[in-house]
Each structure stands twice: as C-alpha cells, then as structure tokens.
Design a protein around this ligand. Sequence first.
Ligand code: SIN
Length: 537
Amino acid sequence: MIPRYLVDFDLQSLPHVHTDVIVIGAGIAGLFTALKAAEQHKVMMVTKKSLLDSNTRYAQGGIAAVISDEDSPDYHRQDTLIAGAGLCSSAAVDVLVHEGPDGVQDLIRMGTEFDMEDGHYALTKEGAHSQRRILHAQGDATGAEIVRALSERTKQNEQIEIWDDHFVIDLITENGECFGALVQKPDGQKVFVRANATILCSGGAGQLYRYTTNPEIATADGISIAYRAGANIRDVEFVQFHPTSLCYPGAPRFLISEAVRGEGAVLRNMNGERFMEKYHPQLELAPRDVVARAILNEMEQTKSTFVYIDFTHESEETVKHRFPTIYEYCLNYGLDLSSDWIPVAPAAHYMMGGVETDLYGETSVKRLFACGEVSSTGVHGANRLASNSLSEAIVFGRRIVQRIEGLPPLERTPVIREVLGRNDNAIQPVVEKRLKLQKVMLRYVGLKRNAQGLEKGCEELKRHITIYDSHLSKREEYEFANLLNCALLTTQAALARQESRGGHYREDFPEKDDMQWQKHIIFNRVNGTTEGRIDDV
Ligand code: SIN
C-alpha cells in the first residue's frame, strides 16, 4: 500500500515558512507561472536542482502557435484533435489554440528571442501539423533560449525567492485542501512551506523507462505527490515515445528533433529502404505514435536496434545553420548530420496524462494547481501534437495566475502528525532498483503492450513496494518511491485499457474501440487504496 506521506513528521514542530504562492519546478511552466504570479504575489520557487535543469531546456523543435496569416486557430485545433485520437477535451484545445499567440507575445516580452527570417518569425513544420506554425530559437535550441530568458528574469525579480537543490517530499493537505508543501533542504532539514496556492510544475516521468530523451530529474515526482495528496490522476497509460533519439554506442538518447523530418529528412531501415509509405500517408510526418511503432516494426523485421534518419539532401551550411545543436552533438560521436545517415530509435519522451485540472489549471484538491507536463488539462488526449507542450504551459500558466487572484487567504494550519514507525532496514541501493524498474517498464509497458506482459510488469513492480515501509531520507530514495508510484499507476491503467489508441498500443487489442473506450481512466487515492474510475470524454 502506498502511504499518504513518504516520511514521518510532526507538522507543528517543523519550521514554518510563509509565502503567497509556491511554485514547484523550474521548466517553462514553473518559470513562466512564477513570473506572472510575481506581478501580484510573493512567490517561493522550489527546484530539486537548479533553474537550468528541466525538460524544457532540452526542447529543440519549438513552440506551436498560430502566427502566420495562412494559419488559423481552427486548423491548429483540428490537428491537435486528430493527433489526440478522440481523447482531447475540445474546450481545453480551444483555450490552447486561441490563447497560444498571446502567450508567445508574453514570452517575447520576457526576453525570449525567436528566430526571424526576412523580418518575420521563422516558422517550421512538425509531424501531424497541417501548417508551418512552430516558432524556434537558435535553430534547434528553443527550450534553452526560453530557459535563459525566463530564468534571468526570475533571478532579478525581488518578489521571487528561489530555493535550488530542495526536494518537495509531499504536499500538506486536509479535507481536500492544500496548505503548501513539506520540503527537504540540502542539509536534510525538513520545513513546511505554507502557501495560499501551490502550483505543481514539476515536469514529466521519462525516467520510468530505460531509454528516454528526458534528463535524470524527470522522475514523476509531481504525479506521485499529487496522487498521495488525493488529486485525480488521469490517462497515465498514454506515454509518448519520440520516434528519433540518437542510438549510438556510448551516446545518451539525445533527441533528433522532429523538425529535422519537418525540413525533409527521411527514415530508412537497415537495408537503406525508405519505409514510411507502408504505414501512413503523411509519411515521416505522421503522428508520433505511428512513426515510433513503424520504426519498431522495421527494427524487429530487420533484427536491428535502430533505423536511420537521412538528412543528407541538404547542404552542410543549411544543416549547420538550422540544426546547430544536433549537428554539433552528433559530431562528438563522429556522425555528420549533413553527410551520414544517423542511427536512431524511439525513446520515452512525454507523459500525456497527469494530474487532472480544469480549464484554469486547478486540480481536484483545492488550492492545488498543475501546469505543464505534470498536468492533464485535456489538451493532448491520447497523443500530443509536436510542440504543443510549451504552448500549453504558458497558456494554462496565465490562467492559473488569473484563478489564484480570487483565492481567499488561508485561515488555519492543519495539525498533522504522521507516525507510521518506518523501519531502518537498509534498502537495496536505489540506483539498482531504479534500473530494474526502468527495464520492467521498457519491456512490458513500452510501445507495444499485452495483458500477459502488463500483469508480469505489475507483479515485478510490486516486489519493490516494501520501500514505503522504510525510513527514506535521500533525494534518490524519494525519487525512486515516486517512480514506483507512477509506474504502478501507468501499468494498471495500461492493463485496464483494452484497446489501442494514440500512445497506448495493445497487441491483444490492436483496434481503437470508441464504443467502450473513448473514455478517461482516472485514479484517486482514497483511504490508502487506489480507486479507478472510467469517465466519458
Ligand atoms: C522535437 O523537437 O522533436 C520535440 C518537440 C516536442 O516534443 O514537441
């Protein structure tokens, strides 16, 4: 059983720190929302590493918004709904496509410099987009540029206090209301940060898998602490695998942006054959789940661990100018993007599901908000359209700040004493445990799933559940506890969904089943057990 809190503590005897708004996480969602909230409020920003460590920083392709006169919110809406495979909330998608351009203007006002071409913003195309609508920066370093601009502003803002290297162990709640967070300082001391509003911006869960484009910090912390706090967790069976991550001995699974295919790169199998025409009329720019599974099929058929991406039709100069980061990175491994076919394979990239929110980012727990990858706003459905994630973060970040304006001040602090008497048995080194979990997830809960594998996966994950009876004190231990929590939810949801849709593919139920399954799977922790619910879209 997963306990309500990961550690024993007595809230009244802990040091208390008061703030208006606590923002947990420092990717685009955290930085942007903190800056917006700081226009009216005192903000405490808590990050487990630093302002420069987040998934956002590695975003290459860009940010999708309707900028061109040839584009329209209706086209963007349509593309998003098609990619989402019947599970998007059309209201949330409307919010995204109509408010995205204003959000981009905010980013520009905050100092982000997007690439220009002939006096206009340069726009590229990515998979399943019918129009050129992806803004980018420094070619393929969009996330890094956004983080640069926003983190500089954040550091200069006197209304924002930044706590780097601090870990949020759990949220403090009583009767369905959030009072702030239990935070561990770098020296191990615990404090209670009491806040009128708590905004989870803690990113994704790529570290659930052995191969991922995400950094080490993407350990599902937000989903898991929100789950323990009683929030609704929705659609976590939908994990997006990016089709093209570098697959080369000794190299991390570095992202080879979809924008490379957007600019004309093609995919070839081990035999040098271009293969996407067998799978989808949009070829290399089909939705991500389609391309990722097509690659996996080709890998299986040719008994290879990778396929190739071929961008050799472009001149060296263009390649270097448009994709400088990818070009340089590949060159470190002796691979020249302008003249070599680059070996690539799918890798876990994005969690479509997350903490369920309304159209103002509020979760089912009062005063608790979620923004960015950790949230499930309804924008992505079963499969996220490329480059919609950065737009989602800014659009819903703005809305959260509007909503918190109306919150009455907190009037009390709950009395909480958590004493489960956890044991001090030495736990197996968490590095090993984490690796085992990642292998189980890759093997049984990856791109192709079936009942037998998912049941086996669940069983293997449950072997680690005794960790919750142990006394945890280190960041890696909390992270493992969070990964396990989320892995169990993802596996259970994947087992329950007996169909294939978007990022979730069941070999034993290969068809989409709208009659039974155009629905959400929602988990909620009630009295220590997980209750599952199936809700209409
Ligand atoms: C990419 O550049 O391919 C990633 C962009 C995204 O995940 O939306």
